[in-house]
Write a protein that binds this ligand. Structure first.
Ligand SMILES: Cc1ncc(COP(=O)(O)O)c(C=O)c1O
Length: 401
């Protein structure tokens, strides 16, 4: 019996294709052909969660109280660990009951926030390129996405003056993310002040995604939205344990900020899920209490990989500015190639997986993103394969031909 009479909801057909899923299919084909893949595609950290976190999870598993449904709003202890961490890190006090909410990873929370606040036809401001759920969540909610196209000449920082006044007046939510996935860009504190003023002026709910709060190098300290005076009146900020603590598979994140905005998300989630397994919330407390030296080691690992890969790519013709944060290099495709063509030809010729920039919206066209998720010896192997396949960045050769 064919099921062609059961069609998915229109909100699904409104979505652009999910490039990561397509990339997965191509990776599977390449593997079948016997290619040894070096997968630098997804932002999926290599290695395991810190040992104290694992031990804490094992101990929490032994407690039968942790095996039932967890409290909808997250355990009181984890919420307290979140606000204590936040205060230690940013010197901002938050109420653990109303201004912090644990999430099944920040992706879940970002998507559900769109569903909790957007009606069909509402206007949302989203940077392009950006982390896909920033625009996919609103599309699923039926909203109209106004893309704020980011440009290299503006260091990939949003230019608020480019947003037409009538669009700003209609906009209900603005999503942004610095340090940025996929560009690795950072934004100065003055930009945060500017965007808070902008959101307050136009009465827009401000959503900041601080996924890469701790992955910063060379003394750079990312700004948190809630450090900015007045931000908590209109904004929330999403955090995750996935990257800093290698806990991507554990699905632990949280949102902090304005209590009324958080309440809408809490209400939606109460109807859809039960939150994070309590044993994992207990282990997540341990993660947030890890000493600063742990974070320094994580930063050193990614910095070393960043420097190694940038130096190697430079020998192949790429001059890439060093990102001050994140686990990504944002690499221009050789002139004349689209991001999909370039990523696919690299995959086929070398087995090295990069993500085409258009996965992050049209503003990502012309670039690929390389994740620093392998040790330097493996990154060295990737560079050798690129060199052997003569994959280079040669704008001059193209100009003179
Ligand atoms: C900017 C950004 N936000 C959110 C996420 C999702 O994180 P989580 O694992 O907490 O869902 C990612 C993952 O790559 C990301 O890059």
């Amino acid at each position: 019996m064919t099921l062609d009479w059961i069609t998915p909801a229109k909100r699904l057909s409104a979505l652009p294709p999910y490039v990561f899923a397509r990339l997965d299919e191509l990776k599977a084909i390449a593997r079948e052909q016997g290619l040894d893949l070096i997968d630098l595609g997804m932002g999926n950290p290599d290695g395991s969660a810190p040992q104290p976190v694992i031990e804490s999870a094992i101990a929490a598993l032994q407690n039968p109280n942790n095996h039932g449904y967890p409290p909808f709003e997250g355990t009181a202890n984890f919420r307290r660990a979140i606000t204590t961490w936040y205060n230690r890190r940013y010197n901002v006090k938050l109420d653990p009951d109303s201004e912090a909410l644990p999430l099944l990873g920040s992706k879940e929370g970002l998507g559900h926030l769109a569903l909790a606040y957007l009606n069909p036809g509402d206007v949302v401001l989203v940077p392009s390129p950006s982390y896909p759920v920033h625009f996919r969540g609103p599309i699923i909610a039926g909203a109209t996405v106004h893309s704020m196209i980011l440009k290299p000449e503006k260091d990939w920082v949003i230019d608020l003056s480019e947003i037409p006044d009538d669009v700003a007046r209609q906009a209900k939510i603005l999503f942004f993310n610095y340090p940025s996935n996929p560009t690795g860009a950072t934004a100065p504190r003055e930009f945060f002040e500017e965007i808070v003023d902008f959101a307050r002026h136009y009465e827009i709910l401000l959503v900041h995604d601080l996924c890469y709060a701790e992955l910063a190098f060379d003394g750079y300290q990312p700004t948190s939205l809630l450090e900015i005076p007045g931000a908590k009146e209109i904004g929330v900020e999403f955090h995750t344990l996935s990257k800093t603590y290698n806990m991507a598979g554990w699905r632990v994140g949280f949102v902090v900020g304005n209590q009324h905005i958080i309440q809408g998300l809490r209400t939606l989630k109460t109807n859809l899920d039960y939150g994070i397994f309590a044993a994992l919330q207990s282990a997540a407390e341990t993660a947030l209490q890890m000493p600063d030296e742990f974070v320094t080691q994580v930063q050193d690992r990614y910095r070393e990989r960043r420097d190694f890969l940038i130096a190697g790519l430079e020998k192949l013709g790429w001059k890439i500015p060093k990102p001050k944060a994140t686990m990504y290099l944002w690499v221009p495709c050789p002139p004349g190639m689209t991001s999909t063509d370039f990523a696919l030809s690299v995959l086929q010729e070398t087995g090295v997986v990069m993500t085409p920039g258009n996965a992050f919206g049209t503003g990502g066209e012309g670039y690929v993103r390389i994740s620093l998720i392998a040790e330097c010896d493996r990154l060295g192997e990737a560079l050798q394969r690129l060199e052997a396949a003569n994959i280079r960045y040669q704008p001059e050769a193209l100009l003179s031909s």
